[in-house]
Design a binder for this molecule. Structure first.
Ligand SMILES: *Cc1c(COP(=O)(O)O)cnc(C)c1O
Length: 396
């Protein structure tokens, strides 16, 4: 490796090592075989994770489950929405989000998204006027939509808000933790998120009825709900009245997650510094634009998104993507990569898809690249130079 930078492209896909502290706890679990969260009378790793996560976010209740998608599904079920309820989502999200709505027997209503990757408030307002039963707001890639405007609209219409904060752990909005502003917030521990357990999710809420219902439906059968603190009055009523979807977290996952919680603030600040460093370099090009954070928002990015400016044809955008690849940097234009799960026109399971010209235009020029917190300054310079060079090659 040259003293002044990497000679080979940085690997942006690998995760960080799991903290060494996980090992002793995993060995203990393997030795005892105590993997099910409800076997131990108290102090199971999953229960400890829930207590720690609730404290971290400042929420009353946390429920750890198999994935963020499971948390979104349980949130919808716990809100007791009627079959066929209309649930608004931003049209720029991951396919698992409309899937969770379908799974909960509700109907997703896709809302336009702007060039800054955030939900279009005017379109949301118009669609609320046409009748909506809930809002599920994906802060896609950690870009926070305007929670002040969303909560005002939702409160006026008396409909609940679920926050899909899968990619927003550590993000704040006017000093409040994202995921705690709506009625329920859902997070992911899938490997490409800030805390990595391979798979896993968690939901937080301050509402005891929502928490009790979700806990039972996650699979707290018989008296197992007694191992969730602070809800005894709510549970008795719901026991045996709700289906058990059995989408619990197991102890090994919690053992991998818990030692990463103390790493979070470092990952957040390093990830943000990396992002802002590359963003400033890219914004120096007339052909590239990284939308700024909203004024209320302090972000926790582990990836970067930017728009191609003045790329009139798809062919130019594809040429840019190829030029990045030749320079060793994998940049994806969301709408131009085959079958991308974040392009709404690929969600064929929804049946007839709406025409959303604004979101479509954004997806056809918006680029995506992972930028994990562990990258070094030479890595970041390599990436920025490759992207700037590719833009100049195509447009210069
Ligand atoms: C990753 C992600 C999900 C899905 O999370 P899983 O834990 O894999 O189910 C949902 N929404 C967003 C915005 C995500 O980034």
């Amino acid at each position: 490796m040259a003293a002044d930078g990497p000679i080979s492209p940085p690997n942006v896909y690998d995760a960080e090592p799991i903290p060494e502290a996980a090992r002793a706890e995993i060995d203990r679990l393997l030795a005892s075989g105590d993997l099910f969260r409800y076997t131990a009378p108290e102090g199971a790793p999953v229960a400890l994770l829930e207590a720690e996560f609730a404290a971290l976010l400042g929420s009353r209740y946390a429920l750890a489950v198999a994935s963020c998608s499971a948390a979104l599904f349980l949130s919808l079920k716990a809100l007791d929405l009627p079959r066929g309820a209309k649930v608004a989502i931003p049209a720029f999200t991951f396919a698992a989000v409309p899937s969770a709505i379908v799974h909960a027997d509700c109907v997703p209503v896709l809302i336009e998204v702007g060039n800054n990757y955030r939900i279009d408030i005017a379109d949301l307002k118009a669609k609320i006027a046409n009748g909506l039963d809930a809002i599920l707001i994906s802060h896609m890639r950690g870009h926070t939509s305007d929670m002040d405007a969303i909560m005002d609209l939702a409160d006026a219409a008396a409909i609940p808000v679920i926050e899909d904060a899968a990619h927003s752990l550590g993000t704040t909005w006017s000093g409040r933790n994202i995921g705690t502003i709506g009625k329920v917030g859902c997070f992911s521990f899938q490997s490409y998120k800030l805390i990595n357990a391979g798979e896993g999710g968690i939901m937080v809420t301050d509402d005891p009825e929502v928490a009790a219902r979700a806990i039972i439906m996650s699979g707290a059968y018989e008296q197992n709900w007694k191992k969730h603190p602070g809800l005894q009055n709510s549970f008795g009523h719901w026991q045996n009245k709700l289906p058990l979807y059995n989408t619990r977290m197991q102890n090994l996952s919690a053992a991998v997650i818990r030692p990463q919680i103390p790493e979070l603030s470092r990952r957040v600040s390093d990830g943000r510094a990396n992002h802002d460093y590359v963003a400033a370099l890219l914004n120096g090009s007339p052909w590239l634009e990284v939308p700024p954070a909203l004024p209320q928002e302090v972000r926790a990015p582990d990836s970067i998104q930017f728009n191609l400016v003045g790329f009139d044809s798809d062919a130019d955008a594809l040429a840019f993507q190829d030029a990045c690849k030749r320079r060793g940097v994998g940049v994806q234009v969301f709408g131009l990569s085959e079958g991308n799960a974040r392009a709404f026109w690929n969600w064929q399971f929804l049946g007839e898809l709406p025409d959303l010209p604004q979101t479509r235009a954004m997806l056809m020029r918006a680029c995506d690249m992972r930028l994990p917190a562990r990258l070094t300054k030479p890595d970041l310079d390599f990436i920025a130079e490759a992207i700037l060079g590719a833009a100049a090659e195509v447009k210069g």
